[in-house]
Design a protein around this ligand. Structure first.
Ligand code: DC
Length: 230
């Protein structure tokens, strides 16, 4: 069967990655979490001291270091899921902390960061057979993707999901802080000048506020079957 590109965009913490990962596993496609790439650049900035005391970013220095940032994904043999590597080091856990979550949006607004990451993402999709999730996959990275999904859910439900996720991992979390972070990120993601979060005209919208994970999976597989049998 002809392989296609599947672009899954939407707000933060709306379960895109779970849906995308499950689908990729089921249909034997490669899954790429583009948000993990922006998170890895953010972690790099934190580790290299590129955030100034007022939380602004030392953009000139970051620009000069962009070629040193190598992001890759390797499958975890135990879970069958991809883990994120930054310059050869496994950073999968470190890019999911609140510290990175609260600093990633400003990094993702930088034009030169987006250009570098979009280029890498387009390379990854050359052979098709890929499910990529993010904010601008259907609009900027793969405007010709054969299947585009735009996922939404209320901010409170998304904050609750992220809270449960962190708690389940035994990490410290405050619901109010997470909700504030979700709302702030929505605002920055939707209003930034470069590639703002926006539904592509030809994307199919899914509000999963009241859907279970198996229901979402079933819905997505139906969309995939329709797209590949059309
Ligand atoms: O999906 P996530 O929460 O892991 O994404 C982290 C941040 O990266 C989020 O603030 C939006 C940004 N992002 C982006 O601008 N473009 C993408 N394609 C993916 C993520």
């Amino acid at each position: 069967m002809k392989k296609i590109i599947i672009a899954i965009d939407g707000f933060s913490s709306c379960g895109k990655s779970t849906m995308a990962k499950d689908l990729a596993k089921e249909i034997g496609y490669i899954y790429i979490d583009s948000g993990a790439m922006y998170r890895a650049v953010t972690l790099y900035c934190i580790e290299k001291g590129l955030f100034n005391a007022d939380n602004s970013i030392n953009t000139e220095e970051l620009k000069s270091l962009m070629d040193d940032i190598k992001i890759s994904f390797r499958l975890d043999p135990q879970t069958g899921r991809p883990r994120t590597f930054l310059n050869g080091n496994d950073v999968e856990e470190r890019i999911r902390t609140m510290e990175v979550s609260s600093r990633v949006s400003p990094v993702a607004t930088l034009d030169f960061v987006r250009k570098a990451l979009v280029k890498q993402q387009q390379e990854m999709g050359k052979e098709k057979g890929i499910v990529m999730d993010g904010r601008d996959i259907g609009t900027a990275v793969f405007p010709d993707a054969e299947l585009k999904i735009f996922v939404t859910a209320s901010a409170e439900i998304r904050a609750q999901r992220r809270y449960d996720e962190l708690k389940a991992k035994g990490l410290d979390a405050s619901f109010d802080e997470i909700l504030k972070n979700v709302q702030e990120r929505d605002h920055i993601d939707q209003t930034r000048a470069v590639s703002p979060l926006k539904k592509a005209d030809d994307a199919i919208e899914l509000d999963n506020s009241h859907m279970t994970i198996p229901e979402q999976k079933e819905w997505l597989i139906q969309q995939f079957n329709q797209a590949t049998h059309a």
